[in-house]
Ligand binder design. Sequence first.
Ligand code: PLP
Length: 351
Amino acid sequence: MKKHNFSAGPCILPQEVFEQAAEAVVNLNNSNLSLIEISHRSADFISIMNEAIALVKELLNVPEGYSVLFLQGGASLQFLMASYNLMKVDGKAAYIDTGAWSTKALKEAKLLGEVAIVGTSKDSGYNYIPKEIKIPSDANYVHMTSNNTIFGTQFKEFPKTDQPLACDMSSDIFSRQIDVSKFGLIYAGAQKNMGPAGTTLVIVKDEILGKSGRTIPSMLDYQTHASKDSMFNTPPVFAVYTSMLTLRWLKKLGGVGAIEKLNEEKAALLYNEIDNNPKFNGFAAEEDRSLMNVTFTLADESDKERFDALAKEAGLNGINGHRSVGGYRASIYNAMPLESVQALVAVMKQL
Ligand SMILES: *Cc1c(COP(=O)(O)O)cnc(C)c1O
């Protein structure tokens, strides 16, 4: 029997996507060729890339004037690419520090300019989202992480700013409706909510590019990739194809608005159990709770062995918290069925 997979990433994808991707690795579109042996310049692959880009634009309502790119190097390379492209020579950027990923992002930005930390929840172990954010008027851009995968906190509202807003959406892209026009740059490693590891989605407003005044190495320059439709060099064909299949699945399901409702329903079920079951405590501040990564601890650590055994018996996988936080983390991304959340809640009730 397939396990209930709560892994934080790489993580669950729809079962039909696994099956379709597996089939394409053997025989793509009845061509008797594998997806991973054909040229990325072939008509078959170009139409896959075009469909993937079109689905991103359609599902997120991406306005005119933005480029949609499928790159490599993970969200981690975007920490550097974002600053290379947006930080001016002798410039300054504003970073909101909401945990491990934000901290890694600002570390890269510091290589290229001054970083002002304009909000942080470090003082309490990153269990909330800082609300009072004051952005210096001379910041070249503002950087934030919309959903904090490790700590289970999520911005419900985005900061208002006149400067380009750059957002790491790795763990909540396509999970809720967003207004792309409010952002200069959005990036997301595929392996949380869009596809397998190996590609990173970038949505960038064209008019903010080319203004840094610095020489950007070709591979780190968004304009290189935008001008070549993400085909400057060999794209990660399997990851792009499988992401495209996941986006097709999402469209069939009714799109981002429809999945958002399901995500709210799943999260409410789990948080409700955490709040009503005296054996568990929620980690994140209530108003900042993530719909994607639900973090909680045991009220009594001595229950751990029994809870873990019950979870294993019920076929639950990947609920251990991140090593830096401890406790438990149930990642309930788009592809996670309600039944799997019900299975976890049943185990919590059993304890
Ligand atoms: C997983 C994750 C990353 C790191 O992504 P890689 O693709 O492994 O580089 C960055 N930011 C957030 C919010 C994440 O959840």
